[in-house]
Design a protein around this ligand. Structure first.
Ligand SMILES: [Fe+2]
Ligand SMILES: [Fe+2]
Length: 493
């Protein structure tokens, strides 16, 4: 029996109609690629470049094979198969959710009209930009996480890292398919660029800031999968509503895979907190470095950092572009069809916060102008759930300390707070006040070094590094001590 993604990462049981994925093809797909020779040849031309990129900038740790999930059919809830696979033989392919022939546009000025199966000329540039920006984040995170395998706290965690990596690679395939299939020569050129820009590259960096930050250690990886992959989930959620049906169906299926990435983040931070709580109890202090744990105050600083850089990914609170994308049907709101309003929003207003005269104030703005903020609010509410869960672990351990999400204005580079210093509690600060306290709020170089010093690999099946608690269950109902990864050098595993 499989259970839900949230708890174990197992594939959900399919409930909808199944469309089989053709694995006899060089590029596995459920889009009848064989019937479009031109497109097939173009994608087969891109495939070796992708594999080169994977070899050069994908996971650095040599492995023989990894217990991976591969999509084999696309039902309403997706369905997958687990097996040991050499990572370079993972079947990256093109999987779109089932087509709903009755689907109509659910928002904006085209509301009620049939969805588009082709790109309308007037929206071509905007749609291509949306696909490119989304596509750019997928390989970026693989690059950021390239060397993490060298310090994995367990074989179980190593497997989860690689699962996230191969699926981000597949999400790149998903976007490249759209570029090749719907955007002609320009689309093919953009697909090349997706492999040429690289995370942190001085000359050709990735498009968005958070995807050029280094993932220095596993605590940051867990924070990244919790906060930054969750931004991805919300962006995909808006594209899943798109009037451009191939984009909507692509994103719908990506969201199925994305659930496991959230799981890795939520449980990864949770297990770190559990171990920290245990050591704090045992030694009666937060200063547990010497006992091999990560102090809760440092976990809080990592949380502050990753939350704030992920908030920047939503863009400015007020954005004419976002309003136009909405009105023209390119990008909806999170769970658009469940919203109880007219889905056009021409006359609606909402409040937003901003900074003036050294204090945070509120003003009334047109809802259409503040759709980035609408999405960000949904995201923040979702982020708070994980924090509650982590705090439960502290409470269960009988500790008074708690983790908190910092104020939305803390450490921001984008939007209304960008030129202000705001404390995690939400006070507007002077430059001097900020400089005097910032080391207590964001990880310092010493904090990162101390965490890095704890990152020693643990490759023995069923064993875990000292700074993190084991998970409650394994992946796909396998035991925690299962041989999830076979390393290249047999002696190590
Ligand atoms: Fe992704
Ligand atoms: Fe992801």
């Amino acid at each position: 029996m499989t259970t839900t993604d949230d708890r174990t990462g197992a594939a959900p049981t399919p409930t909808g109609p199944l469309s089989k994925i053709d694995y006899s093809e060089r590029i596995p797909n459920n889009v009848n690629l064989a019937e479009d020779r031109r497109l097939q040849r173009a994608l087969e031309g891109w495939q070796p470049k992708f594999l080169d990129w994977w070899k050069t900038l994908g996971p650095a740790l040599p492995t023989k094979d990894v217990y991976l999930r591969t999509a084999i059919a696309v039902g309403r809830d997706g369905w997958a198969h687990f097996d040991h696979v050499p990572m370079e033989e993972y079947r990256w392919g093109i999987f779109l959710a089932e087509k709903n022939p009755d689907r109509v546009v659910s928002f904006g000025k085209h509301k009620g009209e049939p969805v588009w199966q082709e790109v309308p000329g007037e929206h071509r540039a905007d749609l291509m930009r949306l696909v490119v920006v989304q596509g750019d984040t997928e390989p970026a995170s693989v690059e950021q996480q390239r060397v993490l395998g060298n310090t994995a706290p367990s074989i179980y965690d190593l497997r989860n890292l690689f699962q996230v990596n191969v699926e981000e690679g597949r999400h790149l395939w998903a976007m490249v398919y759209l570029l090749h299939a719907y955007f002609g020569r320009e689309g093919r050129e953009e697909a090349e660029q997706l492999l040429k820009r690289n995370s942190g590259d001085l000359d050709a960096p990735r498009i968005l800031g958070a995807f050029n930050e280094e993932t220095t250690d596993w605590l940051q990886f867990f924070m990244f999968t919790y906060f930054t992959d969750r931004d991805g989930k919300y962006q995909l959620g808006t594209l899943k509503e798109s009037a451009f049906d191939p984009l909507a169906r692509t994103c719908e299926f990506m969201l199925k895979e994305e659930a496991h990435h959230m799981f890795v983040g939520t449980t990864g931070v949770q297990r770190t907190v559990e171990r920290t709580a245990e050591l704090m109890k045992e030694h009666g202090t937060d200063d547990i470095w010497q006992h091999g744990g990560i102090p809760l105050s440092v976990i809080q600083k990592y949380l502050n950092f990753q939350f704030s850089v992920s908030m920047d990914l939503f863009g400015s609170e007020q954005s004419t572009n976002a309003g136009n994308y909405y009105s023209s049907g390119l990008k909806g709101r999170w769970q658009e069809t469940r919203r109880k309003d007219d889905h056009v929003l021409l006359d609606d207003t909402r409040t937003m916060r901003y900074v003036a005269d050294g204090e945070i104030r509120e003003k009334e703005v047109p809802t259409l102008s503040a759709l980035n903020l609408d999405l960000r609010d949904e995201y923040v509410a979702d982020c708070a759930n994980g924090v509650r869960r982590w705090n439960q672990a502290l409470e269960d351990a009988g500790l008074e300390e708690r983790l908190v999400l910092p104020h939305e204005g803390f450490n921001r580079r984008v939007g209304v707070y960008a030129n202000h210093h705001v404390s995690p509690a939400g006070e507007v600060l002077t430059d001097e006040q900020w400089a005097a306290q910032v080391d207590g709020w964001l990880p310092s170089a010493e904090d990162r070094q101390a965490v890095a010093d704890l990152m020693v690999p643990e490759y023995e099946y069923g064993k875990f590094a000292g700074w993190i608690a084991p998970p409650q269950t394994g992946i796909n109902d396998q035991p925690v001590e299962f041989d999830y990864v076979h390393l290249a050098e047999e002696g190590l595993a």
